[in-house]
Structures are given as structure tokens and as C-alpha cells.
Ligand binder design. Structure first.
Ligand SMILES: Nc1ccn([C@@H]2O[C@H](COP(=O)(O)OP(=O)(O)OP(=O)(O)O)[C@@H](O)[C@H]2O)c(=O)n1
Ligand SMILES: C[C@](O)(CO)[C@H](O)COP(=O)(O)O
Length: 210
């Protein structure tokens, strides 16, 4: 089964405030280079780049104004029967987690990596400690998320026609009515989102051997 890896890399990195995150460096490599290395085994890799960026030797598409719009362009360009959508903002790709995900996608058509909530989870009520939420019923969503390409393409087209925007692709497919299986992820696949995450990423880069 041909696998296309789709890398949305077109975000502006506002929460870090140092320009597009895909080109920030940890351990001497850009976040995009880390992700490309992590998926070097894939049959096809397609990258959505920020407006005005070009990269020779890569299959690229223009990014959109939102993540969903960038992924729309990526799915349209993909040729694999299965697509894995992975945030470039998650530079550390753990092969064993990706293999678990692929197995679930082959069996069911749609799956997402998730991790459990490590801390007490509380609803904020105007700055005060509110109701505690049962963390055992909640998961933090990671990428990659994997789908049969035709299913994800149908979901993206219908959401666009309906004017609906989601923060990830699993929501799109669920909205279409198709179940998305949860697969155990790996905390090392965290998303570089805030400035301090760069310090964590730099530390992990020094010992990375996956
Ligand atoms: N228009 C967009 C917005 C996001 N992304 C990508 O989607 C992933 C989501 O991660 P996120 O942390 O939200 O990235 P940014 O949007 O860059 O961050 P911020 O929200 O802080 O601006 C990233 O790989 C980002 O490059 C994209 O391809 N196109
Ligand atoms: C897709 C995602 O990584 C799942 O956790 C996440 O939603 C992307 O980041 P954003 O902050 O929602 O854009």
C-alpha cells in the first residue's frame, strides 16, 4: 500500500514569535529537516510551505491561511492510497508509534496518535479552580494522523463546501461520520509551540537515536 506523508509546514509560528517554525533550528537541523528525516522511508512526501518559500528537490504545495487549508492542498497533491498528516512543528518522529498508527489505518481507514493527560485537569472558572475533569476519559491529540486518502479528500471537500474549519484532520473525518481509532502516541512527539519548547527540543535533539 503506497503511503504519502503530508507535512503542513506553512504556519507563521505566532506563539513562538520567531517566524515560520519549520525553519527554526534544533540540534543543527531545521524542524522541517527533522520531519523529513523521520519519514525518509515513505513512498512520497509532500510539504506545504509558507507563501513565498521555495525548496528545490521537494514536492511542495503552497500553504493556506489555516492548517486545514494547507492540508487541503496537500491531500489534493498526494498520490498514495494511505496518507499520514504530520505537523512539522513535531520534529521528533518515533518510528514505533508511526508503525502502530499505520497498522490501525490499514485495518480501519482512519486513526490518530494520542497520549494520556499526565496532570490533574481542571476547568478554569474566571481565574479560579473549577470542576476537575476526569482525565482518564480525555486524551491529548498528536500527529501523525492517518487515513485512506479518498476518505480524507472527501472530508476536506465537504468541509470546505460547508465552510467548516477544524484544528485537525481527525475531526474532519469524524464529522463526515467515519470513526477514527485512537492509537498510543509518544510524548517525544510533542509540538514545539511556545519558546520554552525549543529548549526541550534542543535537549532531546542531543540524545535522539530513534
Ligand atoms: N496556515 C497554516 C497553519 C499551520 N500550519 C502547520 O500546521 C502545524 C500546526 O502547528 P502550530 O503549532 O499551530 O503551528 P503555527 O500555526 O505555525 O503556530 P501558531 O499557531 O503559534 O502561529 C504546523 O506544522 C504548521 O506549520 C500550516 O501548514 N498552515
Ligand atoms: C493537529 C494538532 O497537532 C493536534 O493536536 C494541533 O491541533 C495543531 O495545532 P493548533 O495549535 O491547533 O494549530
Amino acid at each position: 500500500m503506497k503511503v504519502s506523508v503530508l507535512l503542513p509546514a506553512a504556519g507563521s509560528g505566532e506563539r513562538i514569535g520567531r517566524g515560520p517554525k519549520a525553519f527554526l533550528r534544533v540540534g543543527g537541523k531545521t524542524l522541517l529537516e527533522w520531519a523529513l528525516e523521520g519519514f525518509a522511508w515513505a513512498d512520497e512526501v509532500v510539504v506545504a510551505l509558507p507563501p513565498g518559500f521555495r525548496m528545490d528537490g521537494l514536492k511542495t504545495v503552497p500553504g493556506g491561511q489555516t492548517r486545514q487549508q494547507s492540508v487541503f492542498n496537500l491531500v489534493q497533491a498526494a498520490t498514495g492510497e494511505v496518507v499520514l498528516v504530520h505537523d512539522v512543528a513535531r520534529p521528533f518522529v518515533v518510528r514505533s508509534a508511526v508503525e502502530r498508527l499505520l497498522e490501525a489505518v490499514r485495518a480501519t481507514g482512519a486513526a490518530s496518535l494520542v497520549v494520556s493527560v499526565p496532570d490533574t485537569l481542571v476547568r478554569e472558572e474566571a481565574g479560579r479552580y473549577g470542576e476537575v475533569i476526569a482525565r482518564e476519559h480525555h486524551r491529548l491529540v498528536q500527529t501523525p494522523q492517518g487515513f485512506r486518502r479518498e476518505l480524507l479528500w472527501q472530508a476536506h471537500q465537504q468541509a470546505r463546501a460547508a465552510g467548516i474549519e477544524f484544528t485537525d484532520d481527525a475531526q474532519l473525518v469524524r464529522w463526515l461520520g467515519h470513526p477514527v481509532v485512537l492509537v498510543e502516541g509518544d510524548r517525544r512527539m510533542f509540538k514545539v509551540t511556545y519558546p520554552e519548547d525549543l529548549i526541550l527540543a534542543e535537549g532531546l535533539a542531543q540524545v535522539w537515536n530513534c
